[in-house]
Design a protein around this ligand. Structure first.
Ligand code: SAM
Length: 262
């Protein structure tokens, strides 16, 4: 896919997102590694530990997890591992939703390599092609934990995605988002901008022969609302956002936002 423009209309953007992720579905880990200099693995690990989700031994109610833009399954399988090793939870269920069927297929292929596919766990995990902005197949008030990592930035209508997250969560349910964000320190930001605007597209070209996809990703990070603004959007969807509102990772290169549906 090739596209060299900065402002896109709605349908173009939808095509663009589909195109970017189809063309890179299997190069996807490499891209994440390049984008974050390998640090995304640590961020994801931290995100999962911070959430600390899983059915507590004192409970008999399995949790309903929903990982949106779940693509490769990194977050979903990590959450299942955490729930099992920390809480002995082998009964909570996981839905992995993504708008792109190719990404989801990649996730399913990876799922077959995990221990979850071998045990009775297999029936606890489902893959659904869904647009995160609407999620027509997910009923209201049906999920306990909604996660989205490096996905919401690609939504055409981010507020619609947040409103939908609120709709599908049960009262008491938790929304948790890990996303590229804005570096707050101006000196570090200067270096980061230089890296992302010149080096990243070049590396994309050298490593994946796909300069344009990397260019698109850099621009999508630029366009994404800053931490405070995104926090306000989460509140607007109806969530209670606990103080201090977000957690910056690596100077704000990424951040975690959490909201609770009261
Ligand atoms: N969460 C995974 C991770 O962190 O490894 C994958 C993130 S990948 C950068 C972004 C994913 O968002 C892609 O799989 C893409 O198909 C998906 N996506 C983009 N727009 C979407 C939408 N409107 N609804 C659902 N998924 C979407």
């Amino acid at each position: 896919t090739h596209f060299g423009f900065k402002t896109v209309n709605r349908s173009d953007k939808e095509n663009l997102v589909g195109g970017v992720f189809s063309s890179v579905a299997s190069n996807y880990d490499i891209m994440n590694d390049v984008m974050s200099m390998g640090v995304h693995r640590l961020w994801k690990h931290h995100f999962i530990n911070r959430l600390d989700a899983g059915m507590r031994p004192s409970s008999t109610e399995p949790l309903e997890f929903l990982d949106v833009a779940g693509g490769t399954g990194d977050i979903a399988f990590g959450l299942l591992d955490h729930a099992a090793t920390k809480f002995g939870d082998y009964s909570s269920r996981m839905t992995i939703a993504d708008i792109n069927a190719d990404m989801l297929r990649e996730g399913e292929a990876r799922f077959l390599q995990t221990k979850w596919a071998k045990e009775e766990g297999a029936s606890r995990v489902e893959f659904l092609v869904q647009n995160g902005e609407t999620m027509d197949a997910i009923p209201d008030n049906s999920k306990d934990v909604y996660t989205i990592a490096f996905g919401i930035r690609n939504f055409t209508n981010i507020q619609a995605g947040l409103d939908t997250a609120y709709r599908v969560l049960k009262p008491g349910g938790i929304f948790a988002c890990l996303e590229f964000s804005q570096v707050e320190n101006p000196v570090i930001d200067y270096a980061y901008q230089a890296y992302s605007f010149s080096l990243l597209p070049l590396m994309g070209q050298l490593i994946a022969d796909d300069r344009d996809s990397y260019q698109y990703l850099v621009e999508s990070i630029q366009r994404f609302p800053k931490q405070e603004e995104f926090k306000a959007m989460i509140e607007k969807a109806g969530f209670y956002v606990p103080e201090p509102g977000y957690e910056n990772l690596t100077f704000g290169v990424a951040s975690i936002h959490i909201g609770i549906k009261l």
